[in-house]
Every structure is written in structure tokens, then in C-alpha cells.
Ligand binder design. Structure first.
Ligand SMILES: [Zn+2]
Length: 190
């Protein structure tokens, strides 16, 4: 009888650690373009590409962390003092993108990287591990954004979104309580 295929997924604790280590690498990975002579803000490193390569190589836990780190890095890169020269995105062979396209490139890749990281985290990690990884990832992201000049607008934006979501949830919870109260009053009325 043939033996069952061995699982290629690492144990849950190892997968969580791999995701966190990859996140730490991903936070600064896009700027290796400086060392590789690709031109600063190369589209090859300032994009989802490194995470997709890891995914193609079936390193899902690492791809999840790298995507999260790159997402945070690119979000901060969306807020340079001026989107000119050094700050614009450079496409291989084609050169620098204009300012508006550079903003769009960075913002879309940041959003896609963060969404994919969240999606992979849900698929890869059990709820408790996911919560721990999420907390550690949040602490690492906050630390990075605090020290990066472009990080402050991202923190302000994220704070405003979190506040709006919390208010909306509070309003929904209030309405649900009111509706529940009205229903129970009606059911008691003979
Ligand atoms: Zn960068």
C-alpha cells in the first residue's frame, strides 16, 4: 500500500515564526534596489513581485510575511516630501514613472500586498497564532512607520480609518440593541 504524501506545510509555530521573520525582512526589502544598482524605487522591489516569487516557490508563510512588510514599506513610500527624481518609481528599461503614476503604483501595490497578507494569514494560521502574529506584526509595523518620514501620514490615516470603523460598529451595536429591546417589548405585550 503506498504511504501517504508527506505534508510540505511547516508546523503551526514554525509557520508563525517564519511569517514574522519574513515580515521583518519585508519592511526594508524594497530598498535593496540601492545595493543591486536597479535605480532607487525600482518597480521590481517596490511591488508585490518578491511575495509572488515566494508564493510560486510554495513558501506561503514567508510570502505572507514578506507581503505584509512590503505593504507597510510601500504605504510609507507614498508620502515623500516631493514625488520627483529619487522618489518616483523606476521601471526596468523604461525609466522613471511620472509623479501621478508613481503614487498610483505605490498605493495599489501597498493595498494589494496588505490585502493578500491578511488573506494568506487567515488561510495559514489558526486563530490564536493569527492573533499573536497580528499583534507582533502590528508592533513591528508601528515601529517602522514611527521612524520613517513617510510613516506619520500612514499612521494618521490608519488611525482615522480605525476610528471610523469603531464608530460605525458602535452605531450598529446600538441599533441592534434598540431593535432587540423593541422586539422583546412587543412580545411581552398581550
Ligand atoms: Zn522604498
Amino acid at each position: 500500500m503506498p504511504s501517504p504524501e508527506p505534508s510540505i506545510s511547516p508546523p503551526p509555530a514554525v509557520a508563525a515564526l517564519v511569517t514574522l521573520a519574513a515580515l521583518a525582512v519585508g519592511l526594508t526589502l524594497p530598498d535593496v534596489d540601492l545595493r543591486l544598482g536597479l535605480g532607487h524605487r525600482s518597480a521590481l522591489t517596490h511591488s508585490l513581485l518578491p511575495a509572488l516569487l515566494l508564493l510560486a516557490w510554495r513558501r506561503r508563510a514567508a510570502a505572507c510575511g514578506i507581503a505584509a512588510g512590503i505593504g507597510v514599506h510601500l504605504a510609507a513610500d507614498c508620502f515623500p516630501r516631493r514625488m520627483t527624481g529619487y522618489a518616483t518609481v523606476k521601471l526596468p528599461l523604461l525609466g522613471a514613472l511620472p509623479p501621478l503614476e508613481s503614487y498610483a503604483w505605490l498605493a495599489l501595490n501597498a493595498a494589494a500586498a496588505l490585502l493578500l497578507a491578511a488573506w494568506w494569514a487567515r488561510r495559514l494560521h489558526a486563530p490564536v497564532a493569527r492573533a499573536l502574529v497580528g499583534l507582533a506584526a502590528l508592533a513591528a509595523a508601528l515601529r517602522y512607520l514611527w521612524h520613517d518620514p513617510g510613516g506619520w501620514p500612514v499612521l494618521a490615516l490608519a488611525g482615522a480609518v480605525a476610528l471610523a470603523v469603531a464608530r460605525r460598529r458602535g452605531r450598529w451595536a446600538g441599533r441592534a440593541r434598540c431593535a432587540g429591546g423593541a422586539r422583546s417589548t412587543r412580545s411581552r405585550t398581550p
